[in-house]
Design a binder for this molecule. Structure first.
Ligand SMILES: N[C@@H](CCC(=O)N[C@@H](CS)C(=O)NCC(=O)O)C(=O)O
Length: 326
């Protein structure tokens, strides 16, 4: 774990002293967009046109933020269009590292990719990273925006699944509203709980997290997916946290008021999404557990990885009882 200051790597853990023991996530720095014609998109400077073979995605299979982009890449059939490199499970003093130098950027660590893009970069070297071979720079390191690019920018290219739209115009307002609560209290909520360094900060995060899980449980009692009768990006954004919840967040991050298996609707919903064609293949529980229990020395100094829990994500689900959108 570390960060770059003016392009120089420093090894240090998150600073929670100035924030009353709270973990405060920094906003992502590279905010350009791949668009069909290279127009700038909602933020950034433009010049990144959708082309097959031009872009490269760097992920960790442990990371819930990177996992969303990997799911969309699979569901949109972008595997022949966008290449992928996967970093090693553990994130230690050098941050994320590659087993072999990354064939596209030549980097041995994620921070070297950031320095290639910006020699005086200051900030954390997070994944996912969307890299442009042509301009040799980072297009984006913000997963929520990479998700939107994968959803729409490459649709004119051969082989891409163009019928799938996980952010349809008519549902955007509701998707954004669900995302906002899920991001703050669930996706990021588990990190706020796990990285808190005061009792108060931990309790605040866990209380809000379970209030939101209860709210989601109730919502999913009445409708098949988070925004009605069809799967949207809101579901995939929640999924990557839910699938890590019982294996990691309950124990390692102390999010243990309830488990996902204790929620009838959330657990059936999780199984349905896990069994969605192509999705199970993006989930690597060994990497997930090794990463969290092995990388966060302040949270788990012995780095012992628990054997359980025994998961049954392939078991049947009951979500067929709720209607799909017409
Ligand atoms: N807002 C970013 C967050 C990405 C992120 O925090 N990734 C974690 C892994 S789960 C990471 O790379 N952390 C390294 C660090 O903080 O130094 C996104 O959604 O893309």
């Amino acid at each position: 774990m570390g960060r770059l200051v003016d392009g120089v790597w420093h090894t240090d853990w998150y600073d929670t002293k100035s924030t009353g023991g709270r973990f405060v996530r920094k906003t992502s720095a590279f905010r350009n967009w791949v668009t069909p014609d290279g127009a700038p998109g909602p933020s950034g400077s433009g010049g990144f046109a959708a082309e097959a073979g031009r872009y490269h995605l760097i992920v960790s299979l442990a990371c819930p933020w990177a996992h969303r982009t990997l799911i969309l890449r699979r569901l949109k059939r972008l595997e022949d269009t966008i290449t992928v490199s996967v970093v090693e499970p553990l994130m230690l003093d050098d941050g994320w590292t590659f087993a072999e130098p990354d064939p596209v950027t030549g980097a041995e660590t994620a921070w070297q990719v950031y320095v290639k893009a910006d020699p005086v970069y200051s900030g954390r070297a997070t994944v996912p990273i969307l890299w442009d071979r042509e301009r040799e720079t980072i297009v984006s390191n913000e997963s929520s925006e990479i998700l939107r690019m994968f959803n729409a920018a490459f649709d004119a290219l051969d082989g891409v699944e163009t019928r799938l739209d996980v952010y349809p115009q008519e549902l955007r307002e509701e998707i954004d509203a669900v995302n906002a609560r899920v991001y703050d209290t669930v996706n990021n909520g588990v990190y706020k709980a796990g990285f808190a360094t005061t009792q108060g900060a931990y309790e605040e995060a866990v209380t809000q997290l379970f209030e939101s899980l209860d709210w989601l449980e109730d919502r999913l009692a009445r409708q098949r997916y988070l925004v009605g009768g069809r799967i949207t990006e809101a579901d995939w954004r929640l999924f990557t946290t839910l699938v890590r919840f019982d294996p990691v967040y309950v124990g390692h991050f102390k999010c243990n008021l309830r488990r996902i298996v204790d929620y009838p609707n959330l657990s059936n919903y999780l199984r349905e999404l896990y069994q969605h064609p192509g999705v199970a293949g993006t989930c690597d529980f060994e990497t997930i557990k090794t990463h969290y229990y092995g990388s966060h020395e302040t949270v788990n100094p012995t780095r012992i990885v628990p054997l359980g829990p025994v998961l049954d994500l392939d078991a049947p689900h009951d979500r067929d009882r709720l209607p799909l959108a017409a």
